[in-house]
Structures are given as structure tokens and as C-alpha cells.
Design a binder for this molecule. Structure first.
Ligand SMILES: C=CC1=C(C)c2cc3[nH]c(cc4nc(cc5[nH]c(cc1n2)c(C)c5CCC(=O)O)C(CCC(=O)O)=C4C)c(C)c3C=C
Ligand code: FE2
Length: 479
């Protein structure tokens, strides 16, 4: 149910395809040459808004300054100082995939990143993955787009790329033998891209953890997000293979003040005190990697300047024991979280956005925000002021043999340095948080997310096109 403080959600899905405006098919330029020409020039990030091209634009929504177009027609530029998909108002759906690189050939890896970059620049504008599209091109060759998003608008798609530690130093053997530096990148491994420690209560599945490369696809339509990753995976054939993937629905955070706070599967508002896009100073302090990080690494003989302006993505697949939670009292639930279930206000009083008063005590001298509550133990004051930009999603992956839901929260957070902004927080939660009784961490990953791509070349039709020297995501790592 919407709450009184709800504002229209710009990420809400459009009702009917009829209101979707120009489709990918129209953009292909066949079956409508003139329309295609106008629309291609109109692709967000490469010209004027496609959605504003005519009366078929989607429903009105809260203006989003980072977007072109509204509703399902919203597009976010792939290019920029930072990658999209971090401070972008969290879309409603996620498909995150990690890949293992299967070649030792550095040039082939670079070639893949270059092709992924152009493909991502196209897909995020609602264009097909390749210039020929799903149903054009040579009859005796596979189409250069798989086609399932042909009639769908961009749905606010963002694609965010990152690199795992194993890309730099390989994977250590079970016998403790060191991994192999396949691509000559070991001297570029940022000190912050650590191997995450084992936390108490972790039950990590290696088949749901780590990876050389990560792609985070977020959109308001799951078919658009899955289509994007599927086509990127297809383009990786012979260079990288899918390692694991996670589908998420129902964002569990707000990353912009324009968004209403959503709820997680425990029924609590989640994301209230998140770092938001509008807090530019907090982003510099807690999310983006400063130039000083490279200076520190340089003193230790590592060149990590390529990460300046990037961020670190922490991913944790956290299974929630929903059935046990659902049998606990409202009193217990609120004490565990440290906030009220209805309003999301701290137990020390006020309304949703009131700061928790961690010093406030009740009649019995006990703290109003309990000592073992989640909100207290995760609070920045407990961690030297460290905050994080959370961007998680709910997931439901069927059930186990005992009829219990395999469901939970796919926790995603972007931080300036996981050593100061994630590990201490997770260590406190894993040992003292009352919520831990209801949680099991089953997957994990840490990835270096490089800064954005400054530009992508366009072809004669005005759409992103592959060239031999096209800039690509993470280029400075390979310079
Ligand atoms: C290590 C970091 C965190 C993990 C893992 C984590 C898991 C997790 N959280 C919830 C539910 C809520 N979390 C809330 C706040 C909150 N959580 C973290 C960190 C982790 N959470 C932080 C840093 C904060 C903000 C603390 C603050 O500044 O006050 C809340 C309250 C609402 C909000 O502010 O977002 C809820 C609810 C679950 C269910 C979960 C694992 C499944
Ligand atoms: Fe939390």
C-alpha cells in the first residue's frame, strides 16, 4: 500500500505496450525509414529524447534530472564521468551476472570490453545490440540481437561493469598455491580490492560467488535487463563464460530523494538513510574513489590511478528465513531492526527521516534503539562515520526441500573503499546484529567498478558503432 509520504515513482512500469512509443524495431530503420532516422538521433545520450519525439510518450512521472524521457521511455546515457547504475535512481529490476575469462590473451579481453562498451551504449538507448538487429542481416547468419526486447522501450536500462580480484591475480588453489596473473595486471591491483574475509555465519556457495568480470543490469522491465546480459554473454563467447547470475525484483533502497522508500521481504522500509544522488559531498566521501587512494597505493608500488572516479561494488546474496520471521511478534521485529514497521521511524522517536537517537533511553534505562538492533550496529557513528550507497533487490528463487522459500535480499552496495566502508560494518552485523538470526549469506563478490567511459563513437546513422580504437570501459587499466 502506498504511504502518505509516497511520491510518484519514476521507475513504475507502464501499463500497456500501446503507450510505449517507438520500439526497437522502429529504430532499426526498416518498416519506417523516416521514423527511424528521427528516433536514432533521438536516442538519449546521443541526441534528443526518443520519448519526447511524439504523442506516444509514456506516462508522466517525477522528473529525473539524470534521464532523458520519462516512464518506460526513460534512457540514461551510458557515457559520463562515472558509470551509470550507481547513483541512477534505483530501477525496479536487476539482473546481475559475473563472468570467468576463459582466455589468457590480453588483446582478446580488451576486444571484448570494447565490444561490450559499444553494445552497452546501444542497449541503454533502447537500440538493438548490433546495428543489424534481430530480424535483419544475412539470412544464413545468426542475427546480431536475440530479439526478445525488440518491441520494448529502454525501461531506464543501465549497465555497470566491474572487475574482480581474480582478473588481476587469478584464483589461489585449494592447496594455498598462488593464482596466476594471466593479463599482466597484478601491479595494477588496487589495495582496496581485497579478498573479503570469512564472516561468522557465512555459508557461501562458490558457484554463487566471485568472478573475473561483473555486469549489473538494472531496468524497470526484467525482460530488458535479461536481454542485455544475454546479448553481452553471447558476445563473450570464446572469451568469457557466465559464472553465476542473480535476478532481483523490488528494489530495497532509494538512491534519490525523488524516490519513495521501498520495503524488503521482512516488510520494513529499506533505504531510508541511504546515501542519495543529491548528496554530492557524501558521494565524494563515501562512494567515489578519490585520487588520494592511488597516491597511497603508489607508495606501496601499485598503480591504481585507473580507479580514480570509480567505486567498489559489494554483492551479498542474503537468504532470509522468512517463515521464522513471520512467526515473530511485531515487538520482536521492530526491536531487531530498531525502527517501526509502519512508518520506518527510529524507535527513539520521530518520523521516517528523523535521525536515530542512539543515546536515548527508556523508563528502564535501556536504550530505545536496542544495543543489538540492526540500525544501531550499522549506523555510521559506530563505524567512524562510514556510509554506503546501498542498491539491493529482493529475490525469490523457488523453495528448498522443506517447503521454505529460498528468498531474501541481494545486497548491493557501492563504496569508496570496502576496507573502511563495508568490512567493519559487516563484521559488527555478523557478530552482534539481532537480525543475523534470520539471515544466511549464501553468495558474495567484490568488484572494482572503473570510472565512466567519456564517449562512444557513432556511425553514419548516429548510433554507437564499433571502431578499432573506440574508448572502452576500464580502458585506463589496460593503458
Ligand atoms: C554490511 C552492510 C549491511 C548488510 C549486509 C545489511 C543487510 C540487511 N539490511 C536489512 C534491512 C535494513 N537495513 C537498514 C539500514 C542499514 N543497513 C545497513 C547495512 C547493511 N544491511 C546500513 C549501513 C543501514 C543504514 C544505517 C543508518 O545509517 O541508520 C534498515 C533501516 C532503513 C534504512 O535506513 O535503510 C533496514 C530495514 C536487511 C533485511 C538485510 C539483510 C537481508
Ligand atoms: Fe541493513
Amino acid at each position: 500500500m502506498p504511504t502518505a509520504d509516497a511520491v510518484p515513482d519514476p521507475s513504475s512500469r507502464p501499463a500497456e505496450p500501446a503507450s510505449r512509443g517507438l520500439s526497437r524495431r522502429a529504430l532499426l530503420g526498416w518498416g519506417g525509414g523516416l521514423a527511424a532516422g528521427a528516433a536514432v538521433g533521438a536516442a538519449g545520450g546521443f541526441g534528443v529524447a526518443r520519448a519526447s519525439a511524439g504523442p506516444t510518450a509514456g506516462p508522466a512521472a517525477t522528473p529525473d534530472p539524470g534521464a532523458t524521457g520519462v516512464g518506460a521511455h526513460r534512457t540514461y546515457a551510458f557515457t559520463g564521468a562515472h558509470q551509470a547504475g550507481i547513483v541512477t535512481p534505483a530501477q525496479d529490476r536487476l539482473y546481475l551476472a559475473t563472468f570467468d575469462v576463459t582466455t589468457d590473451d590480453r588483446d582478446r579481453l580488451v576486444d571484448l570490453l570494447r565490444r561490450w562498451t559499444v553494445m552497452a551504449a546501444r542497449l541503454t538507448q533502447g537500440l538493438p545490440a548490433g546495428s543489424l538487429g534481430p530480424s535483419s542481416g544475412p539470412y544464413d547468419a545468426p542475427p546480431d540481437d536475440t530479439g526478445e526486447a525488440a518491441d520494448l522501450p529502454a525501461a531506464g536500462l543501465t549497465l555497470t561493469f566491474g572487475f574482480g580480484r581474480s582478473l588481476f591475480v587469478g584464483t589461489p588453489g585449494a592447496d594455498g598455491s598462488p593464482g596466476v596473473d594471466r593479463f599482466g595486471l597484478a601491479a595494477r591491483l588496487p589495495a582496496a580490492l581485497v579478498e573479503l574475509p570469512h564472516f561468522p555465519g557465512d555459508d557461501l556457495d562458490p558457484a554463487r560467488s566471485d568472478g573475473d568480470l561483473v555486469v549489473q543490469a538494472c531496468a524497470d522491465d526484467p525482460q530488458v535487463a535479461v536481454h542485455a546480459v544475454r546479448n553481452l554473454a553471447r558476445a563473450a563467447f570464446g572469451t568469457a563464460t557466465l559464472r553465476w547470475a542473480q535476478l532481483g525484483y523490488g528494489r530495497t533502497s532509494s538512491t534519490s530523494t525523488s524516490q519513495r522508500t521501498p520495503r524488503n521481504l521482512f516488510g520494513f522500509k529499506d533505504g531510508t538513510s541511504n546515501v542519495k544522488a543529491e548528496e554530492t559531498e557524501a558521494l565524494d566521501e563515501h562512494v567515489w574513489v578519490p585520487a588520494s587512494a592511488a597516491d597511497e597505493d603508489a607508495a606501496a608500488g601499485t598503480d591504481s590511478a585507473w580507479m580514480t572516479g570509480g567505486s567498489y561494488l559489494v554483492a551479498r546474496r542474503i537468504r532470509m528465513t522468512i517463515e521464522t520471521w513471520d512467526r515473530s511478534s511485531l515487538r520482536e521485529q521492530e526491536a531487531v531492526v530498531g525502527r517501526t514497521k509502519g512508518e520506518g521511524a527510529p524507535l527513539s522517536g520521530g518520523t521516517e527521516f528523523t535521525e536515530p537517537d542512539l543515546a536515548a533511553t527508556g523508563a528502564d534505562d535501556a536504550p530505545l534503539v536496542p544495543a543489538d538492533s540492526h540500525v544501531r550496529l550499522a549506523h555510521p557513528t559506530m563505524h567512524g562515520g562510514a556510509r554506503m550507497l546501498r542498491r539491493g533487490y529482493n529475490f525469490t528463487d523457488g523453495n528448498d526441500g522443506l517447503g521454505r522459500l529460498d528468498a531474501g535480499l541481494f545486497f548491493l552496495a557501492f563504496v569508496t573503499d570496502p576496507r573502511t566502508h563495508f568490512i567493519p560494518v559487516q563484521s559488527a552485523l555478523a557478530t552482534r546484529d539481532a537480525l543475523r538470526e534470520y539471515l544466511l549469506h549464501t553468495g558474495s563478490g567484490l568488484f572494482a567498478v572503473p570510472p565512466g567511459v567519456p564517449s562512444v563513437p557513432t556511425g553514419a546513422d548516429g548510433t554507437p558503432t564499433l571502431t578499432e580504437d573506440a574508448p572502452f570501459v576500464g580502458e585506463t587499466l589496460f593503458a
